[in-house]
Design a protein around this ligand. Structure first.
Ligand SMILES: [Zn+2]
Length: 342
């Protein structure tokens, strides 16, 4: 069973799932201001070029907040052949379950909700003060009873935030999430630093605290494409989340704020995935866009949630990935990851 915002569903008829996205989210509190005349301005065609280099060159780009736009964007994903999106926005950066229920209803796309805590810098003092057991109880309640007094339940844990070096709060939060994973059997996303191998430490910490590696996805491994790191995750039995499709930035040194530099391109990601398939890892690869920027939406000039279906599936075919392997990565793997094992 997969737990969606409307309750449990079977995997029958599900196809081209997106296991790591954000439908409504607000990362603005994490973005350090730039000394640039456009930083506080709305996005226009004239300043859009800046966002193709640094997506945080304009603060407003870090907010996705319009429910009508979300419905329109999800409909495009559905028209392209998509069926289900896991929205792993935690309460720390804008999860809004009532709005998401309405968006799911109007778009006809299943939505799976996330829970737990994001990175230290985004978490409120009130949540930081909770004990490990209190954090764990919150997660289990959201997975098994409901969120904010509703009967809408989360269906995946995370994305659980870890920074470049895990902070004390992040370690506590990850223990709470790992114990909740072990008890409930739900899948868990670990947000790992994009530019180092701390994700391996986070994964080891989660396993040490009881989580089942086969239900863990280590996120954002496709920014650096560091082979030793990725193989380390795979050899521990976890999923690697290729979740940055559509993000091909090289953030120029004078404008860096939230992001530290270069991202691999989609072509490099696809070639790397082909290599992993050839090594026998096709059952541990997840593919998604991690949309968290206005500029990634069609409405603002981007490629939308359907990018991996519309543009990346043909690219995978171009590089010799079979239809069967594409189906494994786009459909079978996310279903196995999201189905609770208990
Ligand atoms: Zn993340």
């Amino acid at each position: 069973m997969i737990t969606t915002i409307k309750g449990d569903i079977t995997s029958e008829g599900l196809k081209n799932l997106l296991p790591h996205e954000h439908i409504l989210s607000d990362l603005r509190p994490l973005v350090a201001p730039l000394d640039d005349e456009d930083f506080y301005k709305p996005i226009t065609l004239e300043n859009f070029g800046k966002l193709t280099r640094n997506p945080y060159a304009i603060l407003d780009n870090a907010l996705i907040g319009d429910a009508d736009v979300a419905v329109k964007e999800l409909k495009k994903y559905k028209d392209a052949g998509g069926t289900l999106i896991a929205d792993v926005t935690t309460v720390d950066f804008g999860r809004d379950v009532k709005a998401l229920a309405d968006i799911s209803e109007k778009s006809g796309v299943h939505i799976v909700l996330g829970c737990g805590s994001y990175i230290d810098a985004s978490v409120s003092d009130e949540i930081k003060a909770l004990s490990k057991d209190e954090l764990k109880k919150r997660i289990i309640t959201e997975l098994t009873v409901g969120i904010d007094g509703t009967d809408m339940r989360a269906g995946v844990i995370g994305e659980v935030g870890t920074s470049g070096e895990m902070t004390e709060f992040e370690k506590k939060s990850l223990v709470a999430a790992s114990e909740a994973q072990a008890e409930t059997g739900y899948g868990m996303h670990i947000h790992a630093c994009l530019w180092n191998r701390e994700g391996l430490n986070a994964l080891d910490w989660a396993i040490k605290n009881g989580a089942n590696p086969e239900k863990i996805a280590v996120d954002h491994v496709d920014v650096l494409l560091d082979e030793d790191y990725i193989l380390g995750v795979l050899d521990r039995g976890a999923y690697v989340d290729f979740d940055d499709f559509g993000k091909e930035f090289y953030v120029d040194r004078p404008t860096r704020n939230l992001l530290l530099g270069s991202f691999a391109t989609d072509v490099e990601r696809v070639k790397f995935i082909k290599k992993l398939i050839d090594k026998g890892y096709k059952n541990q690869i997840l593919i998604t866009n991690d949309i968290c920027l206005k500029s990634m939406l069609h409405t603002y000039g981007g490629w939308g949630y359907d990018h991996v279906i519309t543009n990346i599936i043909p690219m995978m075919e171009d590089f010799g990935i079979s239809a069967d392997d594409i189906d494994t990565m786009m459909t079978k793997n996310p279903i196995r990851f999201l189905e609770r094992s208990k």
